[in-house]
Every structure is written in structure tokens, then in C-alpha cells.
Ligand binder design. Structure first.
Ligand code: PBG
Length: 318
């Protein structure tokens, strides 16, 4: 006699004993809003994704909300870049205006990415001096940016610059300005990944020199991710993010097991582009592959998934 594992796979009992479920509530849809454009501009390396102008962003968010998706994360492409990222904290900057427009028209959770790379002429995530990305002078700018997003009406700020102390600086500034209920979703374990390439086309945030390895994490390291996460929790992060997702399922698993905090995983632009490209060639079934991937990310331990597939997944789940 041997155990018959197949017994439970024969009928709909299969569905009843399923361990992991995916729902539309798990999804966060990343969106790009472009100060310079007047109509949606397709992003070449991310088929199906667009940079939206301020005039149509709210309509698009309405469509996203109508699919049952509860949250979006916004990235801005400003018309003006400089060496201090001043458009990032401008009260009339692209993100601040987009948040106000969206919040006026749609009941949805608005998360804003808090980073400087899109706003800097050199494209790095912090202030640069003599070819070096400086940590502490960057903190003040990030804090000002987060407060300006809060003032515009954002629900969650998501610092993604991987500067040390960024969560502490932002938490302190938000609390001092009366935004103690503002949620921080921190990109705590963000790797220096080649999977971000299409995003850099989308957000025009490619860098003029060097790379991001002096602030983003080395893909070799996993203990270090736990230290990063532990620090961000101490500094006041409410939701922790691991990024990218599929090549880093072990990190998702370790973080969830170790800390048990609300955990988001970012299924990034390169993960999206690979599936789209293979599907276009007819080499993979897009729907099957995407649904399996989403399930895998949740099974590893993520509660939330940031994904460019959010709209399709929501439709498939209906
Ligand atoms: C900004 C930022 C990046 C991504 C999200 N926020 C790019 C980067 O760090 O170079 C990547 C998202 C994606 O690839 O989908 N710091």
C-alpha cells in the first residue's frame, strides 16, 4: 500500500484544497504620467503600456478601478530636470497634479513612487557630487517630496531610492507635518537588476554615467535583504517590498517567514517584457504563464503584487 496523492486531483476537490489563491485585491497597477505629452504614448519595450498625459490619466484610472483593482502606483515624467530634482517636490509638479486629479474623480488607493531619478539630469536616485551619489543630502529632498505627495492627497508613499535612512527621514517629515496616518511602502530589498531596462525607457530615467550598484543591492545577497528589511521596519515602514519578483522568490519567502509583515513584490518591467515578447512569437501562452507566475509570487509569501499585467489579470479573474 502506498499513499495515493492523485486521489485529490481527480475532481473539483482539487479546487477545494488549493493552498494559494490570487484575487484582484492583491494587485497594484503601475502607471506613468507624462507632463510633456498631450496624448497616451505607447512604451515600445512594454507592449500594452502607455505614458499618459494629465488630461487622460483620471479616465484610465477609472477604467482600472472598474476592473476591481484597488490601488495604482504612479511614476512621473517631468518636463523639467535639474541637479536637485526640484520638480519632484514642486507642489504643481506632475505627480502632485496627477494625484489631485485622480483623487477628485476616482475612489482608488493612490501610491506614489518617491525617487529622484526621473527628476535628475544625470538620472541617478540621489544628489551627485564628483561622480558620487550622496546619501544624506538626498534624504532631505526625499522627505520634502513625500510631504508634497501627502499634501496632494496620496494615500501611500513608496520610497524606492535605496538611500540609507530614507524611511526614517520620510516618516519624521510626514509626522511633523501632520501626516501621521500616511502609509509608507518601502522598496526595502531592491536589487541592482537588469530587469529594469524597459522601465528606464518608460520613465526616461536611464543614468548618464556609472550604474546603480552603489545603492541598490547585489543580486548575490540574501542575508543582506533581511537586514535591509529589518532596518526599514525599525524606521517605520508599514509595507515592505521586494523587487524584482520572479528571480527573487527566495527573498520573498525569507522576508515573509522572518518578519511576517505585509509584503509586496514588484513584478518588474523586464519580467513583463519577456512574457510579452515570447507570447507575441507564439512561444508561450500569455494568460497561462502570467497566472502561474502571479500564483508563484503569492505562494512564495507576497500579499501584494505590483504588475503591469494587473488589468489583464483582473479581467481573467472575472
Ligand atoms: C526608480 C524605479 C525603478 C523602478 C521602479 N522605481 C528603476 C530603477 O531603479 O532603475 C523599476 C520598475 C520596473 O522595472 O518595472 N528608482
Amino acid at each position: 500500500m502506498f499513499p495515493r496523492m492523485r486521489r485529490l486531483r481527480q475532481t473539483k476537490v482539487r479546487d477545494m484544497i488549493r493552498e494559494t489563491t490570487l484575487t484582484t485585491k492583491d494587485l497594484i497597477y503601475p502607471m506613468f504620467v507624462d507632463e510633456r505629452s498631450t496624448k497616451p504614448v505607447p512604451i515600445k519595450s512594454m507592449p500594452g503600456q502607455f505614458r499618459f498625459p494629465l488630461t487622460s490619466i483620471a479616465d484610465e484610472v477609472k477604467a482600472v478601478s472598474d476592473l476591481g483593482i484597488l490601488a495604482i502606483i504612479l511614476f512621473g515624467i517631468p518636463s523639467h530636470k535639474d541637479e536637485i530634482g526640484s520638480s519632484a517636490y514642486d507642489p504643481d509638479g506632475i505627480i502632485q497634479r496627477a494625484v489631485r486629479t485622480i483623487k477628485d474623480e476616482v475612489d482608488i488607493v493612490v501610491i506614489t513612487d518617491v525617487c529622484l531619478c526621473e527628476y535628475m539630469t544625470h538620472g541617478h536616485c540621489g544628489v551627485v557630487e564628483n561622480g558620487k551619489v550622496l546619501n544624506d543630502p538626498t534624504l532631505e529632498i526625499l522627505a520634502k517630496t513625500a510631504v508634497s505627495h501627502a499634501e496632494a492627497g496620496a494615500d501611500v508613499v513608496a520610497p524606492s531610492g535605496m538611500m540609507d535612512g530614507m524611511v526614517d527621514a520620510i516618516r519624521t517629515a510626514l509626522d511633523d507635518d501632520g501626516f501621521s496616518d500616511m502609509i509608507i511602502m518601502s522598496y526595502a530589498a531592491k536589487y541592482a537588476s537588469s530587469f529594469y531596462a524597459p522601465f528606464r525607457e518608460a520613465a526616461e530615467s536611464g543614468y548618464a554615467f556609472g550604474d546603480r550598484r552603489s545603492y541598490q543591492m547585489d543580486p548575490s545577497n540574501s542575508d543582506e535583504a533581511l537586514r535591509e528589511v529589518s532596518l526599514d521596519i525599525q524606521e517605520g515602514a508599514d509595507i515592505i517590498m521586494v523587487k524584482p519578483a520572479l528571480p527573487y522568490l527566495d527573498i520573498i519567502y525569507r522576508v515573509k517567514t522572518e518578519f511576517g509583515v505585509p509584503l509586496a513584490a514588484y513584478n518588474v518591467s523586464g519580467e513583463y517584457a519577456m512574457v510579452k515578447a515570447a507570447a507575441e512569437k507564439g512561444w508561450l501562452d500569455e494568460k497561462e504563464v502570467v497566472m502561474e507566475s502571479m500564483l508563484a509570487i503569492k505562494r512564495a509569501g507576497a500579499d501584494l503584487i505590483l504588475t503591469y499585467f494587473a488589468k489583464e489579470v483582473a479581467e481573467w479573474l472575472r
